[in-house]
Design a protein around this ligand. Structure first.
Ligand SMILES: Nc1ncnc2c1ncn2[C@@H]1O[C@H](COP(=O)(O)OP(=O)(O)OP(=O)(O)O)[C@@H](O)[C@H]1O
Ligand SMILES: [Mg+2]
Length: 589
C-alpha cells in the first residue's frame, strides 16, 4: 500500500479532490448559481425602484409586475439553492472524503509492523488519524469560502463596473485595502491562537497520561499532585484562551469599522455620481444592497483563511505515520506458506536491532517437525527476539528462516501468521466478551467448539462461575480477569486456532505456583503433535520438551534433553536448575 503524499496540500489534492472531481465540480457550479441568483435579485430590486420612481403609468405598472415576477423566481432559487449547496456538499463530498481518508489511514496503520506501532503512542496514532480526516474543514474553506467569495466578488465587480467604471474600480480598491487591514489585524490574534493550541495540547497530554496510568497514580497516592498540576495547566490554558479571544474580538471590531468606512465611502461616491447624473437612483439602491455584504464576505474570508492555515498545519502534522513506509511488506510475488510438517530452520541468521550491536551472528537452529524445543537463557540474550524473527516482526539482515523449506521472507505475512499460535507472557485480551476473545481469529465458530477449547485450556470452570458466563465482558485489556485466567483464555484461543506451530514466550512465568500448575496443565493439553518453541525462565515447566537449547549472547551454548542438561557437569543449565531447586525448597519452608 502506498503512503500518503508528504505535503498536506498535495495530500488534499490527491486524496480529497482528485478522486471526487465531479462532486467537487458539481459543488462549485451550485455555488456559482447561488451567488448569481443572490446578486441578480439585488439588481432586479434596484430596477424596480428605478421604474416606480418615474411615476404611475400603465407601462411602469406592467414593467413593475414583470420585475416582481422575476424577483419571485429569484426568491425561490434564493431559498432553495443555499440549502441544496449545503446538502450536496455534505453528502457528495465531505462524508465520502472523510470515509475514504479514515478507511485508507486505518488500512495503512494495520500494515505497519508491530514494532512500529508499539514504539508509537497508540493515542497519538489515533489522534493523527483523526487530524488528517479533518480534511472536510480544509475543503469547506476551499469550496465555500474561497470559491464562493470569488463568485460573489466577481459578479459584484462585474455589475458595478457595468453601472459605472469608477464605482467598480473603487470597489476593487476597497476590497484590496480591507484584505490588507484584515491581514495585519489578525497577526496578533494568530500568534495567541498558536499559543492557545500549544497550551491546550499540553493540558490534554498530561490529562491523558495521568488517566491512563490511574492505577499507578492511586498506588503512589499522587492523585492530589496530579490534580494540582492539571489545575495549573488548565489555568494557563484558559488565560491564554481569554487573551486570544480578546485579541480576536479587537481585530474583528477594528476590521468591522474599516468595512463600514469603505461602505460609506462607496455610498458617498455613488451619491456624488448620481448628483452629476452619471448613475440613477436604482444604481444607488444596488450599491446599498450589495457593497456592505461584499465586504462582510471579505472579513469572513480572512477568518477562514486563518482556519485553513491551522487545519493544513494539523494535516501536515497528522500525516507522519502515513508517510512512514511499511517496514515489512510482502514481496511482490509472495506465495502462500504451505505447511506440510512444520519444520523450522534458522540458517546463518544475522540480525541486529537498529543502531545496536549484532544480536545473532550466523545463528543456526533446526527444529524437526513435531519437535518440542525449550529455549532458556539469562534475560536479554535474544530469546524473544528469536521467536519474533520467526514471526517476521523484523527482517533479518542475512541468512534465512525456513518453514518446511520455504523462506518466510517470500511468503505472505498472512499465511505465515496463520501457521503459528503465540502465547505471550502477558496475555492481552480485547475489551469484548470471553466468547469473542476465545474465538478471535476465526470467522464462524460454534459455541460447542468454544466450550471445548475452554475445557482444554482449563478455563471452562472459572468461566461458568462468572455472572454472564461466556458472554462476560473482560474489561479493558482483560483487566477483570486474573493473570492466570487471562493466560488460560489465551491458551483457549490458541486451541481454537489449531496452528501447526506453537510459540510459548514465558507463558507461565508471571503466575504463582498453583496457577502455574493449572496453566501448565492447559499447555500440555495443547501441545499435541505440533512443533513447539517454548521460552521459559522456570525450568521445571520445560520437562515435557524434547530438546532444550541454552542461549547466551545470541549463541547456542548448550543443547540436549532436560535430563542430559540437568546432569551435565558444570553446565550452565545445571547451575540454573540447582539455583531454582534451592529457591523452590526455600519457598516451601
Ligand atoms: N525493539 C527493540 N529495539 C532495540 N533493542 C531491542 C528491542 N527489543 C529487544 N532489544 C534488545 O535485544 C536484546 C535481546 O532482547 P530479548 O527481548 O530478545 O531478550 P530475552 O532473552 O527475551 O530477555 P527476557 O528473558 O528478559 O525476556 C536485549 O539487549 C534488548 O535490550
Ligand atoms: Mg523475552
Amino acid at each position: 500500500m502506498q503512503p500518503f503524499p508528504k505535503s498536506a496540500l498535495k495530500f488534499v489534492y490527491e486524496e480529497c479532490i482528485k478522486p471526487f472531481k465531479w462532486a467537487f465540480l458539481g459543488c462549485m457550479l451550485l455555488i456559482l448559481a447561488d451567488s448569481f441568483v443572490r446578486n441578480i435579485l439585488n439588481w432586479f430590486m434596484a430596477q424596480l425602484i428605478e421604474v416606480v420612481k418615474g411615476g404611475v403609468s400603465s407601462e411602469a405598472l406592467y414593467q413593475s409586475l414583470l420585475i416582481i415576477a422575476a424577483i419571485a423566481l429569484c426568491d425561490i432559487f434564493n431559498v432553495y439553492l443555499p440549502k441544496q449547496v449545503l446538502m450536496y456538499r455534505q453528502k457528495e463530498l465531505y462524508f465520502p472524503v472523510r470515509e475514504r481518508i479514515l478507511t485508507k489511514s486505518m488500512h495503512y496503520l494495520f500494515g505497519h509492523s508491530t514494532n512500529y506501532i508499539v514504539n508509537k503512542q497508540t493515542g497519538s496514532l489515533l489522534a493523527k488519524s483523526e487530524q488528517i480526516s479533518a480534511t472536510d474543514q480544509v475543503l469547506s474553506v476551499l469550496i465555500v469560502v474561497f470559491w464562493q467569495y470569488l463568485c460573489e466578488m466577481g459578479i459584484k465587480t462585474f455589475l458595478l463596473l457595468a453601472i459605472n467604471i469608477y464605482l467598480g474600480l473603487l470597489f476593487v480598491l476597497c476590497v484590496i485595502l480591507t484584505a490588507l487591514v484584515n491581514y495585519y489585524a489578525n497577526k496578533t490574534s494568530e500568534r495567541l491562537s498558536k499559543m492557545e493550541n500549544k497550551a491546550s495540547s499540553i493540558y490534554t497530554g498530561w490529562l491523558v497520561d495521568a488517566i491512563s496510568n490511574i492505577r499507578l497514580v492511586k498506588q503512589f497516592n499522587r492523585a492530589e499532585y496530579e490534580k494540582k498540576r492539571l489545575s495549573v495547566l488548565l489555568r494557563q490554558y484558559i488565560k491564554i484562551k481569554a487573551r486570544s479571544m480578546i485579541a480576536w474580538f479587537t481585530s474583528y471590531t477594528g476590521v468591522g469599522c474599516f468595512i463600514h468606512i469603505c461602505s460609506l465611502s462607496m455610498l458617498t461616491y455613488a451619491v456624488y455620481l448620481w448628483s452629476s447624473e452619471r448613475i440613477n437612483v436604482g444604481d444607488i439602491v444596488f450599491v446599498l444592497l450589495t457593497v456592505n455584504g461584499g465586504f462582510m464576505y471579505l472579513m469572513e474570508l480572512c477568518i477562514h483563511f486563518r482556519r485553513f492555515q491551522v487545519n493544513l498545519a494539523g494535516i501536515q502534522a497528522g500525516l507522519e505515520p502515513f508517510n512512514d513506509n511499511h517496514e515489512i511488506e510482502d514481496q511482490p510475488k509472495a506465495k502462500q506458506l504451505k505447511i506440510k510438517k512444520a519444520e523450522i530452520e534458522f540458517k546463518d541468521v544475522c540480525f541486529a536491532y537498529p543502531n545496536r550491536e549484532k544480536l545473532f551472528d550466523k545463528f543456526n537452529l533446526k527444529i524437526k517437525a513435531g519437535e518440542r524445543v525449550g529455549i532458556v537463557g539469562l534475560s536479554g540474550n535474544g530469546k524473544t527476539t528469536l521467536v519474533n524473527l520467526l514471526q517476521r516482526a523484523y527482517d533479518i539482515q542475512d541468512g534465512e528462516i525456513l518453514i518446511d523449506g520455504q523462506n518466510i521472507k517470500f511468503v505472505t505475512q498472512q499465511s505465515l501468521h496463520r501457521s503459528m499460535a503465540v502465547i505471550p507472557q502477558e496475555a492481552v485480551l480485547f475489551h469484548r466478551s470471553l466468547k469473542e476473545n476465545i474465538a478471535y481469529g476465526l470467522d464462524k465458530v460454534s459455541d460447542r467448539k468454544i466450550i471445548q477449547a475452554a475445557k482444554t485450556a482449563c478455563a471452562d470452570e472459572f468461566i461458568r462461575q462468572l455472572p454472564e458466563g461466556y458472554n462476560s465482558q473482560v474489561g479493558d485489556r482483560g483487566c477483570k480477569l486474573s493473570g492466570g485466567e487471562r493466560q488460560r483464555i489465551a491458551i483457549a484461543r490458541a486451541v481454537m486456532r489449531n496452528s501447526p506451530i506453537l510459540i510459548l514466550d514465558e507463558a507461565t512465568s508471571s503466575l504463582d505456583s498453583e496457577s502455574e500448575y493449572i496453566v501448565s496443565k492447559a499447555v500440555s493439553n495443547l501441545l499435541g503433535k505440533r512443533t513447539v518453541i517454548a521460552i521459559a525462565h522456570r525450568l521445571s515447566t520445560l520437562k515435557e520438551m524434547d530438546r532444550i537449547v541454552y542461549l547466551e549472547n545470541g549463541k547456542i551454548v548448550e543443547e540436549g534433553t532436560f535430563d542430559q542438561l540437568k546432569k551435565k557437569n558444570k553446565g550452565k543449565f545445571a547451575k540454573l536448575w540447582q539455583i531454582q531447586q534451592v529457591e523452590a525448597q526455600n519457598e516451601t519452608f
